[in-house]
Design a binder for this molecule. Structure first.
Ligand code: NAD
Length: 258
């Protein structure tokens, strides 16, 4: 029997088969979970719906996290369909391309607001609507990156958003502990995805990263997916408010290329 047998989970943030969210979904399905997905706009619906169908998804509905109306509609559909929820994966981030290159000091007010709204506030927004459905406790998981605690060239405003996101994880964990709901983040090493392709110099980052990690390799989608399984399942029942690094040991290395 799989570790997520009988569990219902929402996977927010699949754009295509290279998405971190998709890797988590595939593995969660293999472990017995029943899944629900969102998509943003018609173009992504065409990609997400067929993928979701391969995992016999129960729910595939529109959800742009900047819209309170769409958030309400999405979670009301989840309540009608499932009446409960065991876990939720938040694998969503966005910043304007112009703010992901050059000097951080040039970040405009509107680009700052947009990045923080989509990449951080959205976790609060989905948590508030998911929690009433987690009647028997649950697990919320988000995705972050080491640019939250180090100044990574070109990551800029997204680093600030990830710092706020990691703090949000701790505050939500503290709020929700009495309801048996755990909140954690996986801090993943760099992986070539749609979102990553918006970061200037990403290819170079991948090449250098590989040489600087303890394991002397980049992380795979599977590496991240497997750790996510631990955090959304009962295997991590005593873990909350954590940022768990899945980075091939980059954080603990000196970062020197050997
Ligand atoms: P991705 O492009 O596959 O996923 C990003 C998702 O965010 C997409 O599905 C997109 O539709 C969604 N999104 C953007 N704006 C949205 C909105 N307004 N409403 C709803 N959804 C919206 O890329 P990914 O790399 O799989 O990113 C997933 C998460 O992993 C992000 O939080 C990212 O910062 C984080 N992460 C990525 C890496 C990496 O190197 N790829 C490393 C560490 C952390």
């Amino acid at each position: 029997m799989g570790i997520l047998q009988g569990k219902k989970g929402l996977i927010l943030g699949v754009a295509n088969e290279r998405s971190i969210a998709w890797s988590i979904a595939r593995l969660a399905h293999r472990e017995g979970a029943t899944l629900g997905f969102n998509f943003v706009g018609e173009a992504l619906e065409k990609r997400v719906r067929p993928l979701a169908e391969t995992l016999d998804a129960d729910i595939v509905e529109p959800l742009d996290v900047t819209s309170d109306a769409q958030l309400d509609a999405f979670f009301s559909k989840v309540e009608k369909k499932w009446g409960g929820l065991d876990f939720l994966v938040h694998s969503i981030a966005f910043a304007n391309k112009a703010s992901l290159r050059g000097r951080f000091i040039e970040t405009s007010r509107s680009d700052f607001h947009l990045a923080l709204d989509v990449s951080c506030y959205s976790l609060v927004a989905v948590a508030r609507r998911a929690v009433p459905l987690m009647k028997e406790g649950g697990s919320l998981l988000t995705l972050t990156y080491i640019g939250s605690i180090r100044a990574v060239p070109n990551y800029n405003v997204m680093g600030v958003a990830k710092a706020a996101l990691e703090s949000t994880v701790r505050y939500l964990a503290s709020d929700l502990g009495t309801e048996g709901i755990r909140v954690n983040a996986v801090s993943a090493g760099p992986i070539k995805t749609l979102a990553a392709s918006g970061i200037s110099g990403f290819k170079e980052l991948l090449t250098n990263y590989e040489k600087a990690t303890a394991l002397k390799r980049n992380v795979s989608l599977d590496d991240v997916g497997k750790s996510a399984l631990y955090l959304v399942s009962d295997l991590s029942s005593g873990v909350t408010g954590e940022v768990h690094y899945v980075d091939a040991g980059f954080r603990i290395s000196l970062g020197l290329i050997r």
